[in-house]
Design a protein around this ligand. Structure first.
Ligand code: COA
Ligand code: MG
Length: 297
């Protein structure tokens, strides 16, 4: 699976914002009918989102996900009835805490896909982990169903659960354990790991720093709330031209050494063996993906 870097929440009741998001160099649009939409507008948002999913796709990106309401809200069945239609790539399931939650939603999707003649198992599920209980269950949740395509950190609700301050500090030391636990659980299950949002819209330096921390912890992508955050997230989660050039040279030298029967080499003063060579191959693959995305604009 290609690495999906940028995941943007788009209020599901806004035709203007949905239209805008489909035209951006965005990897995933998460059309929201959960907390970004007030209860009185949820029915309207569902209908609008369902219509938007049917719009023809002119480009491969962004994928179309819908953030539905959590299981215990009583809204979920109505959400799925409306949005499980051709054109839906996946759902984001908020406030997931138990394996039973995942199984229940997977069964609801099985039924709807069958009723509607959609490919079985085609609708993917990203689980938003937003509480201490969810975090403890992360490894089991990640493998609870073959539909689970990623784990997403719900930083704001998680902070609420832990009683953390309303004002986020740039360093976000308080999130280090939660973020790492999510990355490790997702990586072990070979699925995507998506960091929480940076809420300060006007602080692009803060967003850049927060994105670099997320990337360095191993997240494959980051969620976001405004188009102004897109370029930074795509850039931080894509390899730089220097990283690609370095990887290309390293691969060439390593291949030459392998042909001569050597399993490790010294490359510009650094030991290179198989895992480092394989990481370089991944860098090239990620760079190719970024270029393809640009071309498809
Ligand atoms: N998705 C798509 N388009 C968006 C967007 C989003 N999340 N946020 C802003 N835009 C669009 C605006 O419609 C505007 O479009 P235009 O240039 O065609 O007029 C443009 O981007 C610039 O927006 P701006 O005027 O700076 O912001 P705003 O005042 O319209 O919106 C927010 C600010 C915070 C209300 C808005 O970004 C938003 O609702 N974000 C999502 C919040 C959310 O989903 N929260 C729950 C999940 S944590
Ligand atoms: Mg939340």
């Amino acid at each position: 699976m290609f690495r999906l870097r940028s995941w943007m929440f788009v209020p599901g009741n806004s035709l203007k914002m949905i239209t805008k998001s489909f035209g951006l160099d965005l990897d995933v649009a998460m059309l929201d009918v959960e907390d970004g939409v007030v209860p009185e507008l949820k029915a309207e948002a569902r209908t609008l989102v369902a219509e938007a999913l049917a719009w023809p796709k002119e480009r491969v990106n962004p994928l179309r996900y819908v953030r539905v309401n959590a299981i215990d809200t009583g809204e979920l069945q109505a959400d799925l009835d409306a949005v499980v239609v051709p054109g839906l790539d996946g759902i984001v399931l908020p406030k997931t805490e138990t394996i039973e939650n995942v199984h229940q939603v997977a069964a609801m999707l099985d039924d709807l896909e069958e009723q509607r003649g959609m490919p079985s198992g085609g609708v993917k599920v990203v689980l938003a982990l937003e509480s201490a209980k969810a975090l403890i269950a992360a490894p089991q949740l990640a493998t609870a169903s073959s539909r689970v395509a990623g784990l997403c950190f719900g930083a704001e609700d998680y902070s609420k659960d832990l009683g953390l301050s309303v004002v986020r500090t740039g360093v976000a030391r308080d999130f280090t354990y939660a973020r790492s636990a999510i990355v490790v659980a997702a990586t072990a299950a070979r699925i995507a790991s998506i960091d929480g949002v940076w809420p300060e819209l006007s602080d692009s330096e803060g967003l850049h720093g927060d994105s670099v921390v997320a990337r360095d912890l191993g997240f494959t992508g980051k969620s976001m709330i405004h188009p102004g955050q897109l370029a930074i997230i795509n850039q931080v989660f894509s390899p730089t031209a220097d990283e690609i050039a370095y990887a290309e040279d390293l691969i060439a030298d390593f291949k030459l050494a392998s042909r001569e029967g050597r399993g490790s080499i010294s490359f510009r003063g650094q030991l290179v063996d198989l895992p480092i060579y394989e990481r370089a191959l991944r860098t090239i693959a990620a760079g190719t993906r970024s270029k393809q995305m640009e071309k498809s604009k």
